[in-house]
Design a protein around this ligand. Structure first.
Ligand code: AOF
Ligand code: ZN
Length: 338
């Protein structure tokens, strides 16, 4: 299963809104086939592994399939993998995480057991975490929201931390851009757009085959300089401007554009608005050894975006602190409705 998970990671950030999945086929104690899901619409990991075994001259009959996600039973853009597994006479299937897609009825376990195929779970929490966007989007139709913030040691905040002037070291920049890489949309407020004129593109990570995430700006007035990079660069058709739209509706719209994971890059008001409305699921926070001396962005109040004061502090779940050689990185999850 660990080998299958390593394969799943090769598709990280590239398969949305489909999950990243890896599979290996084992026979007589050795791996005879490997595969992973490369992009939405392409063959699933199980099929890739079966084809790989055949290419190398192996018969998969009587083998064991390890797959990081429960095999599908429904017809989507591709036929159900469960059918192919039965046809190929694979005798045992081990799955690393459940498939939350409600279209899978009946579930793989029922179908396999009826066919005399041994089915079992070997749950890998990291496989569930890898597909957290998919898990959320497939059942709610709205994105999993990651909030990203940076703070200088004098307490000044910024959200534009893809922005080199806010992050000291390359390791932190790499983490920041990796967050963009796993996202299908990046959202900022109009003030950040005006002040930082950000690109919201993916740099510092291998982004081969990755499509530019949607770039969403939320604004009260809608008045933004036309010459901003977001409106003029080669990805300008990937920019969406939401004027006076409540955040819940922004999420609905992005979800309908298959944004399964959304990165909120600020500013602080936007970040707090997502938090106070219980719309944020994950936090990525950078502490940088900088002194800014004044607030990076002027605060703005907006009836739709303004946040309520939190009635009690929100603890992060599973928080981690990491020394990124120059910057400190804190990451954690939020309970739904926090
Ligand atoms: C994937 N890759 O390796 C597995 C998936 O439209 P389709 O036919 O590609 O089906 C997508 C659904 O298939 C997806 O929502 C998930 O429930 C299931 N499993 N999907 O893209 C894979 N194993
Ligand atoms: Zn499948």
């Amino acid at each position: 299963m660990q080998e299958a998970f390593k394969l799943a990671l090769l598709g990280e950030g590239l398969t949305s809104p489909n999950p990243s999945v890896g599979a290996v086929i084992v026979k007589n104690g050795g791996i005879i086939g490997k595969g992973y899901h490369k992009k939405a619409g392409a063959p699933h990991a199980e099929i890739e592994a079966i084809e790989d075994a055949k290419r190398h001259g192996y018969s998969v009959s009587g083998s064991t399939l390890y797959v990081t996600l429960e095999p599908c039973t429904c017809w989507g853009k591709t036929p159900p993998c469960s059918l192919r597994i039965i046809e190929e006479k694979i005798s045992r299937v081990v799955a690393g995480s459940p498939d939350p897609n409600p279209k899978n009825k009946p579930r793989a376990m029922e179908i396999f057991r009826a066919q005399g195929i041994d089915f079992s779970w070997e749950i890998l929490p990291e496989a569930i975490f890898l597909n957290r966007g998919f898990y959320h989007w497939i059942v709610t139709g709205t994105p999993w929201v990651i909030g990203k913030m940076a703070m200088a040691i004098d307490g000044s905040f910024s959200a534009g931390i893809g922005d080199e002037k806010w992050i000291s070291g390359l390791p932190a920049r790499t983490v920041a851009h990796k967050l963009r890489m796993v996202s299908d949309g990046i959202l900022i407020g109009a003030q950040t757009a005006r002040h930082d004129n950000p690109l919201l593109t993916i740099r510092h990570v291998d982004k081969k085959y990755k499509v530019q995430p949607w770039r969403a700006i939320v604004s009260l007035s809608g008045s933004l300089p036309k010459e901003l990079f977001l409106f003029t660069d080669s990805f300008k058709e990937r920019t969406l401007l939401f004027v006076r739209v409540p955040l819940e509706m922004v999420l609905e719209e992005l979800g309908s554009r298959t944004v399964a994971t959304l990165l909120v890059e600020g500013g602080k008001t936007i970040f707090q608005a997502f938090l106070s409305k219980g719309l944020m699921h994950e936090v990525a926070f950078f502490l940088s050894p900088l002194i800014i001396g004044k607030a990076h962005h002027t605060e703005w109040s907006n009836s739709m975006i303004a946040s309520k004061a939190l009635s009690s502090p929100i603890p992060l779940i599973n928080p981690s602190w990491e020394d990124l050689k120059g910057d400190i990185y804190c990451h954690g999850l939020l309970l739904k409705g926090a």
